[in-house]
Design a protein around this ligand. Structure first.
Ligand SMILES: NC(=O)C1=CN([C@@H]2O[C@H](COP(=O)(O)OP(=O)(O)OC[C@H]3O[C@@H](n4cnc5c(N)ncnc54)[C@H](OP(=O)(O)O)[C@@H]3O)[C@@H](O)[C@H]2O)C=CC1
Ligand SMILES: CC(=O)N[C@@H](CCC(=O)OP(=O)(O)O)C(=O)O
Length: 344
């Protein structure tokens, strides 16, 4: 099947091109940029030399519809919602990496993203693409809202806690850390090398835009969900997210019992790996679509700790987008994603 990538010059877009170059069923027919057209992508990203030979084109829905059947939008929030209705009208399937279609309630989007929301009709068409938990609705869908990077690591770790009602619903505290590529390709005062190298920063305290999409999914799993505490930190690595979450257990348990619940929850999810011992680190999933999770129970405090790691550009963005494209099209969801993490 022929596909197009809009926003191909960004970090999410260029990661999509890396994955699609290996994909046996999806071929990149066209790539699109807002500000840079008419030159081969390999001029800007020489690592793609002689591998991806496409030239960047303007964003023209008619042309894209004549070229492709499925489009990946690796564009900023606010841009995706403008492009999507025209692409859907042309009969294209759309997988959007931005936050524009993740929240069902437009008021919540406007409150947290501080910009106008997508139209209700388009929001109603969107399926939240948390692959492991939404497979049935993703299959055949026209519009997939790919989850946020932090939201993916958080939700995969929290699902058994909430679905199996293992913790007091008002006790969930989530501490998240991300590498700098999570902020996209444009440097800013926080991501500039002298600011972040040899340093660490907490940011968007109590106001991160992934809070409502996390709470939306937690509420779907457990109607007693209460507001979460969610703190995000920028750390001096290029790729990777680590989420550490804490919740007060409703009953005593052993680490072994907890691990078994997680193993059963993810028995048919080959990208989610439950650690038998120790705790995962972001490097152990770098460049891959895996989410590694470890769990433990502290008998002294009665609290459960869950640790999850993903590569923000892979399971947190392009990897999950390709996984969702595979599910939409009825392919094996590992197609093109059977990648061993890059280590060390
Ligand atoms: N980086 C990450 O880890 C993750 C990112 N995301 C989301 O994925 C999307 C892409 O992120 P990322 O790749 O990091 O961002 P980048 O800033 O690296 O790239 C943004 C891309 O969007 C294009 N673009 C910018 N403005 C417009 C516009 N007005 N119209 C059309 N295209 C435009 C840019 O094109 P050009 O400059 O060539 O004009 C560029 O290709 C965002 O919505 C982000 O929130 C989601 C999960 C994780
Ligand atoms: C390190 C860093 O800055 N990360 C970004 C998350 C990127 C992302 O997933 O944002 P969307 O919800 O817009 O898709 C942030 O915290 O805003």
């Amino acid at each position: 099947m022929k596909t197009s990538v809009i926003g191909a010059t960004g970090y999410g877009g260029v990661e999509l091109l890396r994955l699609l170059a290996h994909h046996p069923e999806l071929e990149v027919a066209s790539i699109h940029s807002f500000s840079q057209t008419g030159e081969p992508i390999s001029n800007q990203y020489p690592h793609l030399n002689s591998i991806v030979t496409n030239t960047l084109e303007e964003i023209d829905a008619d042309h894209i519809a004549n070229t492709s059947e499925l489009v990946f939008l690796a564009t900023p929030p606010g841009v995706s919602k403008e492009l999507t209705p025209g692409l859907l009208r042309k009969g294209l399937k759309v997988i959007d990496l931005s936050g524009d279609f993740r929240m069902k309630n437009p008021d919540e989007y406007e409150q947290w993203y501080k910009r106008p929301a997508a139209g209700r009709e388009d929001l109603a068409k969107a399926v939240y693409g948390l692959s492991e938990w939404k497979r049935d609705s993703i299959y055949g869908a026209d519009l997939i809202a790919n989850p946020g990077c932090y939201a993916t690591a958080t939700l995969l770790a929290a699902a058994p806690l909430m679905k199996e009602q293992l913790i007091e619903e008002n006790s969930l505290i989530i501490d998240a850390k991300s590498g700098v590529s999570g902020a996209g390709k444009s440097p800013n005062a926080m991501t500039h090398f002298p600011e972040i190298h040899d340093n660490l920063r907490i940011y968007k305290v109590n106001e991160h835009q992934h809070v409502p999409e996390i709470e939306q999914m937690l509420t779907e799993w457990n109607e007693n969900t209460k507001p979460i505490t969610f703190s995000t930190h920028l750390i001096p690595i290029t790729r990777g997210i680590m989420v550490t979450m804490y919740g007060q257990a409703k009953r005593e348990m052993t680490r072994e019992q907890l691990k078994q619940i997680y193993e059963e929850s993810y028995a048919d999810a080959s990208f989610v790996r439950i650690r038998q011992s120790g705790y995962p680190s972001p490097k152990e999933v770098c460049g891959s679509n895996y989410c590694d999770i470890a769990v433990t129970y502290d008998e002294r405090t009665g609290r459960i700790t869950v640790v999850s790691v993903i590569d923000n550009l892979m399971k947190g963005a392009a990897g999950q987008a390709v996984q969702n494209a595979n599910i939409v099209l009825g392919l094996n969801e590992r197609t093109g994603l059977d990648i061993v993490p890059l280590y060390p």
